[in-house]
Design a protein around this ligand. Structure first.
Ligand SMILES: O=C(O)CCC(=O)C(=O)O
Length: 271
C-alpha cells in the first residue's frame, strides 16, 4: 500500500515530540465510517476471550488475527512512527484499553518502559481511538517532558481500580498538575514515548472509551527473552540489519487468539 505524505511528520512535529514525549492533532488514520466498521467487528475478537478473561487479555493478538495485524501494518501509522523512530522499525505489541460506560476502571500513572524488558529506550506507542475520547469518558493524560527524566520507581497499586499493577505516587517523583488531556476523534491516534508518564481516570460517562495501543521499536531495541520469551517482531519499515530479536509470522485468520501469554517484567517477577 502506498504511504500518504499527509502522515509524514513535519520538522516542527518531530521537535515537539522530542521535547514533550507525545503528539496529538495528527491526521486521522481511518475516517469515522471506516472506524465504525472496524469497531463493529470488535465483538468477533472479544468472543474469543475465555471465561474470567477481559479485553485486557487481548495482548499481541495481531500475531494471529489479521483484524489487528492489518491495523498495526497500516502505512499511515507507519509514516507517523517513522517520523519518530527513523527508517528501520518493527511492531511487537498490541493491546486494548477499553472502558465501558460508567466503568470505575482507571490507569494509574506509569511509564511503559518500566514494564518492558527492552533496551535501549527507543519505542513509541500509537494509541488508536475506536471511539471519540476526551476528558468526560476517561481519556488519557500525560506529563509533557517527563520522558526526559529517566525511569522513576513504581509501587504496587493498593486500593485503586487501576488495570495496571504498578504505578507512580503523585507528589513523590512528579506532579500531575501539568498533565495534558488527550482528546481524539474515533479513527485518530496519538503517539507517546515509552518513558512518558501517563495514566487515565475512570469513565463516568454514558459513552464507551476504547483504544488500541500498538507498540513500535527501532531495530536497535532488544527484548530480554528470559523475561518475555514469546516476543516477536514484525518489520514495518526498512531492513533489520541487527537481527537482535525473533521474527514473527504474519497471521492468516481474521480472528484467532495466540496459544501464549505476553509477559511484562512485573508479571515475570523481575521488578
Ligand atoms: O488507555 C489508557 O488510558 C492508558 C494507555 C496506556 O497506559 C498505554 O498506552 O501505555
Amino acid at each position: 500500500m502506498a504511504s500518504s505524505s499527509a502522515h509524514q511528520l513535519s520538522a516542527a512535529q518531530q521537535a515537539f515530540y522530542q521535547e514533550n514525549g507525545y503528539l496529538l492533532d495528527l491526521p486521522p488514520i481511518y475516517t469515522p465510517e471506516q472506524m465504525a466498521e472496524i469497531s463493529a467487528d470488535l465483538p468477533q475478537l472479544l468472543a474469543l476471550l475465555e471465561p474470567g478473561e477481559t479485553s485486557k487479555d487481548i495482548r499481541e493478538w495481531h500475531e494471529t488475527s489479521t483484524y489487528l495485524y492489518d491495523i498495526c501494518m497500516n502505512p499511515k501509522i507507519h509514516d507517523l512512527v517513522e517520523g519518530v523512530l527513523g527508517p528501520n522499525f518493527y511492531c511487537w505489541a498490541s493491546s486494548f484499553f477499553i472502558k465501558e460506560p460508567h466503568s470505575t476502571s482507571t490507569v494509574g500513572w506509569h511509564q511503559d518502559a518500566y514494564y518492558w524488558p527492552m533496551t535501549p529506550h527507543n519505542s513509541v506507542t500509537v494509541w488508536l481511538a475506536f471511539d471519540d475520547v476526551d476528558a468526560v469518558n476517561g481519556g488519557m493524560k500525560l506529563i509533557p517532558g517527563s520522558h526526559r527524566g529517566g525511569l522513576v520507581k513504581h509501587e504496587r497499586n493498593t486500593g485503586t481500580d487501576s488495570v495496571l499493577s504498578l504505578q507512580l505516587a503523585d507528589g513523590t517523583d512528579f506532579s500531575s498538575d501539568s498533565a495534558i488531556q488527550f482528546q481524539l476523534k474515533a479513527g485518530q491516534c496519538s503517539l507517546h514515548d515509552d518513558r512518558a508518564i501517563h495514566g487515565s481516570p475512570a469513565n463516568p460517562s454514558d459513552r464507551r472509551r476504547a483504544g488500541l495501543t500498538i507498540r513500535y521499536s527501532g531495530i536497535n531495541v532488544q527484548n530480554d527473552l528470559a523475561v518475555n520469551p514469546n516476543f516477536k517482531t514484525y518489520l514495518c519499515r526498512g531492513t533489520d540489519t541487527l537481527r537482535l530479536n525473533p521474527v514473527g509470522t504474519p497471521p492468516t485468520a481474521r480472528f484467532a487468539r495466540p496459544s501464549f501469554k505476553a509477559v511484562s517484567v512485573e508479571e515475570a517477577g523481575t521488578r
